[in-house]
Unconditional design. Structure first.
Length: 311
């Protein structure tokens, strides 16, 4: 059955949920938003949807998208599971975490799919509104081949480019995503910038100089890297920067760093990380709270606040 002929429940109206629901609707799909009372529910109403309680939305649909926080999905999934245990519905996710690491029961007659855009919800929506699409990934676990057609049609309708839609598995998507955010995007790069900023200040440089050098320019150099490629960048920067970066960069990121990365990957694969994250959530997120407190007092945050708007 064509995607437009099936009712799609988008459960959760947050970062991804809102973008998926709006893009699907603009692509001609029948979308039912499922949300708890509160912020997302009200926003969905303002966007012209008639949101329903989560269970009612799921009941009324043939395709159910879990666009809720990853640690919440298993709980909601288990409440709804009588609805899909017999395989009458297809179940979708935009990240493999809950499916792969969340301990949810998998029903052999049910079709599961993952469609993950490479970008935050606001970027997905803005790109779609500009008539463009984002790269993305998809994965299928299903006894029926229609689930594959459904996932491909869903990806297109939500704004993912057919040319850059990569097929993966739930396991690979989950492991790569967690590893990338921990080691590079939200861990490695940010710690590197902040530590380098602090060392320059320790050595008597001004926070302004340290900020522009270690943080502001990080974005500029990555833009050039994306446009020109690894070797293109090497040829664009000065020979002094090329030589200094090569010889010092490899002292910084050495065999020990590589070994730590392997351990971090193993912690993801073994379930050690997801157990730690679950315990953090059960304790009320103390580590995250402490970090936000530290950041509000940090020299880097203060420098950013002073300089914001000057570039
Ligand atoms: N953030 C991103 O850009 C991004 C990128 C790629 C993939 N993803 C994936 O997208 C999925 C959704 O993440 P998200 O960042 O979009 O989530 P989010 O912004 O945190 O949105 C969560 C939505 O779920 C609702 N919610 C939270 N707790 C709930 C509960 N206990 N019961 C019922 N509803 C609840 C929230 O309701 P209220 O509005 O009432 O709080 C909100 O509407 C996840 O699988 C995530 O890994 C996210």
């Amino acid at each position: 059955m064509h995607l437009n002929q099936r009712k799609i429940a988008v459960l959760g109206y947050g970062n991804q949920g809102r973008a998926h629901a709006l893009n699907l609707r603009d692509s001609g799909c029948q979308v039912i938003v499922g949300a708890r009372p509160g912020k997302g529910f009200e926003l969905a109403q303002r966007d012209g949807f008639t949101p329903l309680p989560i269970e009612e939305a799921a009941q009324a649909s043939q395709v159910i998208l879990f666009l809720l926080p990853d640690l919440i999905i298993p709980e909601v999934y288990s409440q709804l599971s009588p609805l899909f245990s017999e395989g009458q519905r297809d179940i979708g996710f935009c990240h493999g975490y809950a499916y792969h690491l969340g301990g949810i029961e998998k029903f052999p007659k049910t079709g599961y799919f993952l469609v993950g855009p490479k970008g935050a919800g606001v970027v997905l929506r803005e790109t779609f509104q500009n008539g463009k699409s984002l790269p993305g990934v998809f994965a299928i676990v299903s006894p029926r081949k229609e689930t594959r057609e459904l996932a491909l049609a869903y990806a297109k309708a939500v704004g993912i480019s057919e040319k850059t839609l990569i097929e993966t598995t739930f396991q690979e998507e989950t492991e790569c995503d967690l590893f990338g955010e921990q080691v590079v995007l939200c861990g490695g790069i940010l710690e590197l910038m902040e530590t380098a900023f602090q060392v320059l200040i320790e050595k008597g440089q001004t926070p302004e100089m340290a900020f522009f050098e270690c943080c502001y320019e990080a974005k500029l150099i990555l833009d050039v890297w994306m446009k020109e490629g690894p070797q293109g960048l090497s040829k664009k920067i000065s020979p002094t920067a090329f030589f200094g970066g090569l010889t010092r960069g490899r002292r910084l990121i050495d065999e020990n760093t590589r070994e730590k990365m392997r351990v971090m990957f193993d912690e993801i694969r073994s379930g050690h990380f997801s157990a730690e994250w679950k315990a953090e959530a059960q304790a009320g997120f103390p580590t995250l709270e402490k970090r936000l407190q530290e950041q509000s007092q940090s020299e880097l945050q203060k420098t950013y606040d002073r300089l914001k708007g000057t570039w």
